[in-house]
Design a protein around this ligand. Structure first.
Ligand SMILES: Nc1ncnc2c1ncn2[C@@H]1O[C@H](COP(=O)(O)OP(=O)(O)OP(=O)(O)O)[C@@H](O)[C@H]1O
Length: 322
């Protein structure tokens, strides 16, 4: 064992995904994933969060055995990948980079064909299985439409239905709500929660912080190929300090007073001035605002979000392109 691997945390019991020092350098030299130690607890809804290009898809492709790591290890359901792919992958439903569908076939026929390609799937129960999967993703009414006529959201749901034809211990979804309308997003999110309540571990990548906060129990945050932090979502957000928020028509004066009071990172947005709270009694800060003639309509510390945690940890804004 070399010094680097000796320093790595041991794999905990019951981790559905555990990587140690997982690294991928593409042929062109791009270091896409750099020494990743990821631990996904069983039964969690695990959000894999990062801006575009931070290495999420590359990691998922290594976990699924689609590409080989340059170095490091990845275990999925307790077995090494890509080596144990044949025994591991039947227990894993995956939707990566959009579903591969036959546009000229109806939604239901796509699923029937997908199911028929699985040698372990009993043909006698195929129709019932497909019907249940369609129902689960809310596509029963549209099952007779050709897939090419589906909206992006419907295609995505059909792809998830493919992944749900068999009982799964792990569901891996790469940006599952990307491109969906708000209603489609809500449906996928409630579906994810429902799946998790059945005991399936769900690993989903997203660049949407609020989505991760709404849906996930745990999260890992990536930036430029490296793990920034991971853990329970509530703990990650609690690690960041909330923002002091003052609502006032006198924003310029309020910003000046907050700076004088030692508040950092003072930002004005509309009728709100926000800042990192200074290390002093906030009652004094409020009194100073009032004494300076600032008409305070609202004053309080907004709960820290995962976005605050990300910004605090990386010193960068969160790129939400796409
Ligand atoms: N096949 C490849 N060959 C060379 N470089 C690649 C390849 N695939 C990805 N990269 C690069 O590796 C880095 C990580 O990309 P990756 O797709 O894993 O990120 P991501 O977080 O999934 O981003 P996105 O949300 O945009 O897909 C990027 O700089 C990307 O340009």
């Amino acid at each position: 064992m070399d010094a680097a691997s000796a320093a790595r945390p041991p794999e905990p019991e019951g981790a559905v995904i555990a990587t140690r020092g997982l690294t991928k350098r593409y042929r062109g030299g791009q270091l896409a994933v750099d020494g990743l130690d990821l631990t996904v607890p069983a039964g969690s809804v695990f959000g894999f969060l990062g801006p575009n290009g931070s290495g999420k898809t590359t990691t998922i492709r290594m976990l699924m055995g689609l590409i080989t790591p340059t170095s490091g290890t990845a275990r999925v359901l307790g077995s090494p990948m890509p080596g144990a792919g044949r025994t591991v992958l039947p227990h894993v439903g995956a939707l990566i980079e959009g579903p591969a569908l036959y546009g000229h076939l109806h939604g239901r026929d796509n699923l029937l064909r997908y199911d028929a390609a699985d040698p372990t799937a009993d043909p006698r129960t195929r129709r019932a299985r497909v019907g249940a999967a369609l129902d689960r993703v809310g596509l029963t009414a549209a099952a007779g439409k050709k897939a090419k006529a589906y909206s992006l959201g419907m295609k995505q749901r059909l792809g998830i239905a493919c992944a749900l034809l068999q009982p799964r211990r792990l569901l891996v979804l790469d940006e599952p709500t990307n491109g969906l309308d708000p209603q489609g997003m809500r449906e996928i999110r409630s579906l994810v929660r429902e799946l998790a309540s059945d005991g399936t571990t769900v690993f989903l990548s997203s660049h949407l912080l609020d989505e991760i906060e709404q849906v996930c129990t745990h999260a890992a945050v990536m930036a430029r190929g490296r793990l920034v932090t991971q853990g329970a979502v509530a703990d990650l957000a609690a690690g960041a300090r909330g923002r002091l928020t003052v609502t006032t028509p006198d924003t310029a004066e309020a910003a000046g007073v907050l700076k004088d009071q030692g508040a950092a990172d003072v930002v004005t947005d509309g009728d709100q001035v926000t800042a990192e709270p200074p290390a002093r009694d906030l009652a004094e800060v409020n009194a100073a605002l009032v004494a300076a003639g600032v008409r305070v309509r609202g004053f309080g510390v907004r709960r820290a979000s995962l976005e605050d945690a990300f910004v605090a940890l990386t010193g960068e804004g969160f790129d939400v392109a796409g």
